[in-house]
Design a protein around this ligand. Sequence first.
Ligand code: AMP
Length: 184
Amino acid sequence: MRLVLLGPPGAGKGTQAKVLSDELGVPHVSTGDLFRANMGDETPLGLEAKRYVDAGELVPDRVTNEMVRDRLGDADAQAGFLLDGFPRTTGQAEVLASILADLDQQLDAVLAFVVDEEVVVARMLARGRADDNEDVIRHRLEVYRTETAPLLDYYADIVTTVAAEGEVEEISARALAALDPKRV
Ligand code: AMP
């Protein structure tokens, strides 16, 4: 299965992505995790990404799109993947379409996690990641509203919404139920 997870920062995409990737047997590809790993290792890509990640800005497409193209070309992603945090703009969605066309693949589903903004702010403040101070959180939400939310329309044909409030297990059950018709 080739799946994209959408939803605002703090919607629990990362947590759900781990559950779903185990359940579906496909690798979890998180651009945020890839950036953080590169930042931790102080690679050139990580050093370039850091100032954007710290400010809650999108890392430039030139860096992000190539990183995703490389990752989706890896052997373990050929039978399916779960993308978390990419695409974040309609431009990136078009790049994803072209990466998949080159691989002779297509997306099976897009799950969009829906959650109240104040709930996600509270969750992120509790999580305490380096880019989780309140100003940066509010900025990431603003970037989500303006840049990423239009993807709900872009993917209107294949998107399914999932209510992302409540216990982790309940949300996973809803997500898997939403995917069920698409799992053959
Ligand atoms: P996340 O872990 O998905 O919340 O991402 C953390 C940060 O990584 C974001 O605030 C951005 O700075 C950067 N990032 C992650 N995915 C992307 C993307 N698709 N495009 C640009 N920047 C991204």
